[in-house]
Design a protein around this ligand. Structure first.
Ligand SMILES: [Cu+2]
Length: 250
């Protein structure tokens, strides 16, 4: 019995760790619910379901080494084959990303990038070589609050606007919480990226690129090695990694 109860304690601890951070089991586009990747269910379902949010390995969820290939689309990105599934959104429309939870005090920015998939769907595109990515939107620190806390206080929901001028086609949307609560030590920042497979309709003729995951982020970037407990002025001056939002997207 002792052995059994020890296992139960270990299992409860692991489940608690998963639940404590957060993942994206649901999207909402123009009022329509689109299933995301549910860490609590999908890894245990046979056959493994295809979801427009790419699978992440079932563990506590964060990446601490920005040079890892996991930085592209979450833990296991380099190993798990993506599937041929997509959801459609018009350029200029909004994708609501519904996290299951997010802890208050995991201070940091919310960063959003896209990459155009080289084929008609994204099923064979890992996005971890070359520089296919461009930044489309970021929220950092406003009204005395980190964007992560704003997300947590908004029903764990964050809205991403798909740029109105990008060319139509299939894209990965890389949506990321960057938690800085331990980032005053080198390697202490926690990255929580998720990749969403989208088909963008309408739009314009813009085909931006230029950023790499891995590559663009360095562990010593001032937006990654950062102490978020220095007060208001320092937080307001915080510069997130990945540079500015790509110009002329809207
Ligand atoms: Cu955490």
């Amino acid at each position: 019995m002792l052995f059994g109860s020890s296992l139960a304690v270990v299992a409860a601890t692991l489940i608690g760790e998963v639940a404590a951070h957060g993942y994206v089991p649901l999207l909402r586009i123009n009022g329509k619910d689109v299933p995301g990747w549910d860490i609590a269910k999908d890894p245990y379902t046979t056959p493994q379901p295809l979801k427009v949010v790419r699978p992440t390995k079932n563990d506590s969820g964060f990446i601490s080494d920005p040079s890892s290939t996991d930085i592209t689309c979450s833990i296991g990105n380099s190993k798990l084959p993506p599937g041929p599934i997509t959801t459609t959104v018009a350029a200029g429309d909004t994708v609501q990303v519904l996290w299951n939870t997010w802890p208050i005090g995991h201070y940091g920015p919310v960063l959003n990038y896209m990459a155009k998939c080289p084929t008609s769907d994204c099923s064979t595109f890992k996005g971890d070589t070359g520089s296919p990515w461009f930044k489309i939107q970021q929220d950092v620190y406003a009204n005395g609050q980190w964007a992560s806390d704003t997300l947590a206080k908004s029903n764990f929901t964050y809205s991403v606007k798909i740029p109105s001028k990008i060319a139509p086609g299939s894209y990965l949307l890389r949506h990321e919480n960057l938690a800085l609560h331990a980032a005053s030590n080198l390697g202490g920042a926690q990255f929580y990226p998720v990749c969403i497979q989208l088909t963008v309709t309408g739009g314009g003729s813009l085909n931006p690129s230029g950023l790499s995951f891995p590559g663009t982020y360095k562990a010593t970037d001032p937006g990654i090695l950062f102490n978020p407990y220095q007060g208001e002025a320092a937080n307001k001056a915080y510069v997130p990694p990945g540079g500015n939002v790509y110009a002329g997207l809207n």
